[in-house]
Design a protein around this ligand. Structure first.
Ligand SMILES: CCCCCCCCCC/C=C/CC(=O)SCCNC(=O)CCNC(=O)[C@H](O)C(C)(C)COP(=O)(O)OP(=O)(O)OC[C@H]1O[C@@H](n2cnc3c(N)ncnc32)[C@H](O)[C@@H]1OP(=O)(O)O
Length: 392
């Protein structure tokens, strides 16, 4: 790929170039009704030569195509052979412009370069995080950059405990991530915890006459939430930045990669709460680690260290906490440059074998929990947790 980049760069950008830049969305739209003059066009060609940062192959192909269209009109040269990769990519990009008028191509070229130049001017400043954030979430921070969509649980003072609103927002975020142009989706936590699992206040403020209905709706929410992970179409990565409890542990088996800080622990205290496994763990954990080890975690609530979870196959790789963020994001940025469709298809090939079984398990686990939530064992355990502070 490095060779391809080098050769593509030499086609129209002689300066040494480095990282990637955002492409303006309005590539096929003209910004001004009058269109760009020949002078604007020539000036844009000169600006391309002065770009300090590598705009990336995709942008370079667009520049090439627009340049050819603006100067020669629609592509009429013979299609290069399949093994002539670079010329074929260039031909494809040009040919894709169809009968786009020369003037429009010229204007689009000028617009594209102008977007690149302004990104380049501000490149020494780190964009404020809020600029890249996707609005509309109260309990999450969702950002998309470098081909990676990051969904960050954002209730650090509550150890990222999952409220019903948060389950809903995670589902919406996954839905958005499945459709955006990112290659990889990452779930992580803000603060010291990955997540302390279900927020136990989800069980409070419920009057006796509405408890059954709440439990029924809770089971549907749980089933839909876990279903989103089962069906997620792109590579899904968990960056487990700290301890994980309950459902934030069980769903990990539905991720494609699980990277953990060595400060992370993995704990499913279901029996202590009068509850039972979810997240398909009643199926995935025994399959992964054998029934004995799964029983220690799921029935008896044994807490695993990150190293133990890695030895059981629940975690892919453990990183020292001090370098966790740097190492994980460097790795993921490299992975995100791999061909997107190949990653997606490979993931689906791996996952499709057991999708049906996972959905059936999810439905059954949710049904059983619906009953459990109505039990005295569960109510008493939750009351104990919530009254803990009063006792101290
Ligand atoms: C009718 C039913 C409808 C239900 C609908 C739900 C649908 C989906 C259900 C999916 C089921 C999932 C099962 C599970 O996930 S089981 C696991 C549940 N989690 C726990 O049991 C963890 C409970 N928390 C703790 O044990 C401790 O807080 C901790 C995580 C070990 C951290 O302890 P530490 O001493 O360091 O810190 P604090 O306890 O002081 O925590 C700081 C504040 O955060 C609040 N907190 C943390 N975790 C939770 C939580 N899970 N639920 C509610 N609140 C939590 C804690 O209370 C502190 O708040 P405060 O400062 O206001 O007191």
């Amino acid at each position: 790929m490095a060779g391809v980049t080098g050769r593509l760069v030499r086609g129209w950008c002689p300066r040494a170039v480095r990282s990637s830049l955002q492409v303006p969305a309005q590539l096929h739209m003209s910004k001004t009704a009058m269109g760009a003059s020949q002078k604007d066009f020539e000036s844009a060609m000169n600006q391309v030569k002065l770009l300090e940062k590598d705009p990336g192959n995709e942008v370079k192909l667009k520049l090439y195509a627009l340049y050819k269209q603006a100067t020669e009109g629609p592509c009429s040269t013979p299609k290069p052979g399949v093994f002539d990769l670079i010329n074929k990519a260039k031909w494809d990009a040009w040919n894709a412009l169809g009968n786009l008028p020369k003037e429009t191509a010229r204007q689009n070229y000028v617009d594209l370069v102008s977007g690149l130049s302004s990104s380049s001017d501000s490149s020494s400043q780190v964009k404020p995080e809020a600029d890249r954030e996707q609005a509309g979430y109260e309990t999450l921070v969702m950002t998309s950059e470098d081909g990676i969509t990051k969904i960050m649980l954002n209730r650090p003072t509550k150890m990222n405990a999952l409220t019903t609103q948060m389950y809903q927002e995670i589902m919406l975020a996954l839905e958005a991530a499945s459709k955006d142009d990112s290659t990889i989706t990452v779930l992580t936590g803000n603060g010291s915890y990955f997540s302390s699992g279900n927020d136990l206040t989800n069980f409070t403020h419920i009057s006796p006459d509405e408890i059954e209905e709440k439990a029924r709706r809770g089971a549907i929410l749980l089933r839909d939430f876990v279903g989103c992970f089962i069906d997620f179409p792109k590579p899904l990565v968990a960056a487990v930045n700290g301890p994980a409890v309950g459902i934030s542990v069980t769903i990990l088996r539905l991720f494609d990669l699980v990277y953990a800080s060595d400060r992370a622990t993995f704990h499913t205290p279901f029996s202590h709460l009068g509850q039972t496994p979810e997240g398909c763990s009643s199926y995935t954990f025994p399959k992964l680690m054998g029934p004995g080890k799964a029983a220690e975690m799921l029935i008896f609530g044994k807490k695993l260290t990150a190293a133990e979870a890695c030895a059981q196959g629940l975690v892919t790789e453990v990183f020292p906490d001090s370098t966790f963020q740097k190492e994980v994001w460097t790795r993921l940025k490299a992975y995100s440059k791999l061909p997107r469709n190949a990653l997606r298809i490979s993931k689906q090939m791996i996952r499709n074998h057991e999708k049906e079984k996972l959905h059936a398990t999810n439905a059954e686990e949710s049904r059983i929990l619906q009953e459990r939530w109505l039990s005295d064992e569960c109510m008493n355990a939750i009351m104990n947790f919530l009254s803990r502070k009063a006792k101290m």
